[in-house]
Write a protein that binds this ligand. Structure first.
Ligand code: V55
Ligand code: FE
Length: 477
């Protein structure tokens, strides 16, 4: 390597690239991993193989790394590998970054023009007997779930027409279906969105396209037992700006937001759009339908949080001024011709929300997410947004009852995964990486999901600092 990583927060301190591919047999455990836990935890980590072509790059462009924690009989083994994307292969052949700005191929080296440039760095998805490493700007890569070797880019053998595939598909364990979408489905800055369904055998059984009001960063969506919901926030893309070497996303609040809702099984011709004030959100805790009333639970902000998008938009709003009202429930009534929605506040704001898989898309009570509480420690920079979360929260949404766990004043937490229990009446476990900022090190912690305030039942030591992941997934057995 002839040059180093730029002096911006995405690449310095705890965010310094790690680039470690490894196998660690039998992690050292303090406490006890319950015998009933048997499965694999896959995590996706952006980890730039090379210093970026331009200093103003974002964490979100890091080459995808996949890690596997295999837990069985109270023991845990760890493995981590790069996803061997076409982009990483081309960069390695040149021993430097040939690819330019986040999702702007017009800034790439001419030698890679027209070649695939997705980084497969956002979510490992397990369904239909396949492990896919996803990134919303392209097609996923299939990875071997045992040895993490990259197989090939995946599009159902050419049957999927969309050029993109979300990092947030939604699973319905009862029907066995996986619902997904892809935005910019026909190319950069297009308004085409593909909506697809994979059945329980892994076959593509549905693909239908529609147009969104404007091209927007549609990171996640919602599926209830009866409805599909597509939120569209005013983070917009423009082809001329890309051609001029500009940013993929800017914040354009004047456009307002749109929420598209259609009955499950009815087809995209039945999408109804609700137009509302500008808000920004990336993830949703859960949603459920109550007849024609559709409830979505999440923590919207008044402005986009990613510093690289704020900068491209000529604004600079610190996290404490982003002005969300917290974790809320929005209720849309499809019987109400005037549109609009009702809002109820459920709890403090945050992100990285999840529910037990059995509760997905249904009326439910328990959610888990992450938040920052000043009384639990000082802010530490980690990941793509800046200051990381220091607190895990468990909320009972019907009553607002909140429990929290914070690992310590110099700690931040990466996304937890929920592990179901086989015992009747047991809420399962939460497993997550803790960033130890005072030691520039990492450990894993395991909580009982029903008693997070009691602290970890097991802590797994890591012999090196883990770079901040995006999302993870638990695969039983
Ligand atoms: C997000 C993450 C991405 C991305 C766009 O969390 C949005 C939101 C890890 O990559 O490319
Ligand atoms: Fe996400």
């Amino acid at each position: 390597m002839t040059h180093s990583y730029p002096e911006v927060f995405d690449f310095q301190g705890f965010n310094a690239p790690s680039r470690i591919e490894c196998d660690i047999y039998d992690l050292i455990v303090e406490g006890t991993i319950p015998q009933e836990i048997d499965g694999s935890w896959f995590r996706a980590i952006p980890d730039h193989q090379f210093p970026p072509k331009f200093a103003k790059d974002t964490y979100l462009s890091g080459d995808g790394m996949v890690s596997l924690l295999r837990i069985q009989n109270g023991h845990a083994d760890f493995k981590q590998r790069y996803v061997m994307t076409e982009r990483l292969k081309n960069d390695r052949a040149a021993r430097r970054a040939l690819h330019g700005l986040y999702r702007n191929p017009y800034t790439d080296d001419p030698s890679v023009r027209g070649k695939d440039r997705t980084v497969a760095n956002t979510t490992p998805v397990w369904h239909g007997g396949r492990l896919l490493m996803t990134k919303e700007d392209g097609l996923p890569y299939e990875v071997d779930p045992q040895n993490l070797e990259t197989k090939a880019q995946f599009n159902y053998g050419g049957r999927l027409k969309s050029q993109t595939f979300t990092a947030h598909p939604r699973l319905d364990d009862e029907s066995g279906e996986m619902f997904f979408f892809g935005y910019e489905a026909s190319g950069l800055a297009t308004r085409d969105v593909a909506f697809g369904i994979e059945d329980r055998n892994g076959d593509l059984v549905h693909e239908e396209w529609f147009e969104v009001p404007f091209c927007s960063l549609m990171h996640d969506f919602l599926v209830t037992k009866e409805h599909i919901v597509f939120p569209v926030w005013p983070m917009t893309c423009d082809l001329e700006r890309l051609k001029a070497g500009g940013a993929h996303w800017v914040w354009e609040p004047d456009k307002g937001s749109y929420i598209g809702i259609m009955p499950r099984g009815a087809g995209v011709a039945h999408l109804r759009w609700f137009h509302l004030e500008p808000r920004a959100a990336f993830h949703y805790l859960n949603a459920h339908s109550d007849g024609n009333r559709v409830n979505i639970d999440f923590a919207p902000a008044r402005v986009v949080g990613f510093p690289f998008i704020q900068e491209a938009s000529g604004i600079s709003v610190p996290p404490e001024k982003m002005g969300g009202r917290g974790l809320v429930r929005w209720t849309f009534d499809l019987n109400r011709p005037a549109g609009g929605y009702e809002e109820a506040i459920l709890g403090p704001g945050g992100d990285m929300p999840c529910v037990a898989r059995k509760d997905a898309g249904k009326d439910y009570d328990i959610g888990y997410y992450q938040t920052f509480m000043p009384q639990n420690g000082t802010p530490h920079i980690v990941g793509p947004v800046g200051p990381g979360f220091n607190t895990i929260a468990r909320i009972e949404v019907k009553t607002g009852k909140l429990s929290t766990y914070a690992p310590g004043p110099e700690c931040t937490v990466q996304e937890h995964v929920h592990i179901p229990s086989k015992q009747a009446g047991h809420e399962g476990y939460l497993l997550f990486v803790v960033d130890l900022h005072d030691r520039m090190a990492s450990e894993l912690q395991l909580l009982e999901a029903g008693k997070i305030e009691d602290g970890p039942v097991a802590r797994l030591q890591m012999p090196f600092r883990l770079r901040c992941q995006v999302h993870g997934t638990w695969v039983p057995g």
